[in-house]
Design a protein around this ligand. Structure first.
Ligand code: LHQ
Length: 262
C-alpha cells in the first residue's frame, strides 16, 4: 500500500511503514501542509494492523531543516501562535503514543524541529554525512518539538544546554558519541541498512516493544517505586501475548522465533 501527498510519502511493505518527508528543494522544511500530512501518516501507522514498525526519513540530501521560515513571516500563514499547537506538538505526541517502534533514519541535515522530531523516535540512526543543529537560538527561539525534554535526557544537561544556546552543527559521529543517536551508518549503505533495521523491528514482538516504549516514557516522570509497579503490570500484559509463548517455545526448540506481533 502507498499514498503520497505532495509533501509526505507513505508506503507499507513487509509490515514496515516508510514515511518520507518530501520537500527536497527546501531540505524538507516543514510547512503547514507537510506537518498535517505527517500527522495523517502517523495516524495511519497507528491504526493499520499491517504496520509493525515505522521508518521516518527525508527525500533528497536533507532529513528536515525544521520550520519553513518563509511560512513564519507569511501573513497568510498559520501564525506563530498555532505552529507548535497545531503542527509540532501533535507530531511529537503521535510518535510517542504510537504503540509500535519508530525508527528515525536521518539521511542528512536535521535542524530545529526537524532535529527534535528525529530525536523523539525510539531508535535514531544517521548517515555518516548527516548532521544535527538546534538552530533555534540563531533566530531567537527556544528548542521546541520536545527538544527541551529529550535533548537533556539523551546527552545530559550540560551538553544539551550548550547545543541549544550555541546552535552548533554537529556531525553524526559526534551525535553518536554523545548518545544523541543510536548509530552512524556509512553513507553508501545507509538506505539499505536503515531498511534492514526497520524490518528487524517489524519482526520483533510488537506488543512487548509497545509496552517497552510506554514504560520508558513513564520513567521520565515516575519514582522508582511507581516504575517497578509499571514493570510488574506491563510484564503481566507482555506475558499474555502470543509472541511471549512463541519466544519461549522457539528457545526451547532451538529454532528462530516467528513473531506475529500479537
Ligand atoms: C530553508 C530552510 C528553512 C526555509 C533551508 N526554511 N528554507 C517553531 C515555532 C514557530 C516558528 C518557527 O519554527 C519553529 C520550529 C523550528 O524548526 S525553528 C528552526 C527553523 N530552522 C532553521 O532555522 C534552519 C535554517 N536552515 C539552516 O540553518 C541551514 O539551511 C541548514 C543548516 C539546515 C542547512 O544548511 P546547508 O546545507 O548549507 O543548506 P542551505 O542553507 O543552502 O539550504 C538549502 C536550501 O534550503 C536554501 O534554499 P535556496 O533556494 O537558497 O537553495 C535554503 O534557503 C532552504 N532552507 N532551511 N528552515
Amino acid at each position: 500500500m502507498s499514498s503520497t501527498t505532495t509533501t509526505v510519502a507513505l508506503s507499507i511493505e513487509q509490515q514496515v511503514a516508510r514515511i518520507t518527508l518530501n520537500r527536497p528543494e527546501k531540505l524538507n522544511a516543514f510547512n503547514r501542509e507537510m506537518a498535517f500530512a505527517l500527522q495523517a501518516a502517523l495516524d495511519e501507522c497507528a491504526q493499520n494492523d499491517a504496520v509493525r514498525a515505522v521508518l521516518i526519513t527525508g527525500a533528497g540530501k536533507g532529513f528536515s531543516a525544521g520550520q519553513d521560515l518563509s511560512e513564519v513571516i507569511d501573513p497568510q500563514g498559520p501564525g506563530m501562535r498555532n505552529i507548535l499547537r497545531e503542527h509540532y506538538n501533535p507530531i511529537v505526541s503521535k510518535i510517542r503514543a504510537l504503540p509500535k517502534p519508530v525508527l528515525a533514519a536521518v539521511n542528512g541535515v536535521a535542524a530545529g524541529a526537524g532535529a527534535n522530531i528525529a530525536l523523539c523516535a525510539d531508535v535514531v540512526v544517521a548517515s555518516s554525512t548527516a548532521s544535527f543543529v538546534q538552530a533555534f537560538s540563531k533566530i531567537g527561539l527556544i528548542p521546541d518539538s520536545g527538544g527541551t525534554y529529550f535533548l537533556p535526557r539523551l546527552v545530559g544537561w550540560q551538553r544539551a544546554s550548550a547545543l541549544a544556546m550555541l546552535g552548533d552543527k554537529i556531525g553524526a559521529q559526534e551525535a553518536e558519541r554523545m548518545g544523541m543517536i543510536y548509530q552512524v551508518i556509512a553513507e553508501e549503505t545507509f538506505p539499505a541498512k536503515a531498511w534492514e533495521l526497520a524490518l528487524k523491528l517489524a519482526q520483533l514482538p510488537t506488543v512487548g516493544l509497545a509496552l517497552t516504549k510506554e514504560a520508558f516514557s513513564l520513567s521520565a516522570t515516575q519514582t522508582l517505586e511507581d516504575q517497578l509497579q509499571t514493570e510488574d503490570c506491563f510484564q503481566q500484559k507482555a506475558a499474555l501475548s502470543a509472541d511471549f509463548e512463541e519466544g519461549v517455545q522457539a528457545f526451547l526448540e532451538k529454532r528462530p522465533p516467528q513473531f506475529t506481533g500479537k
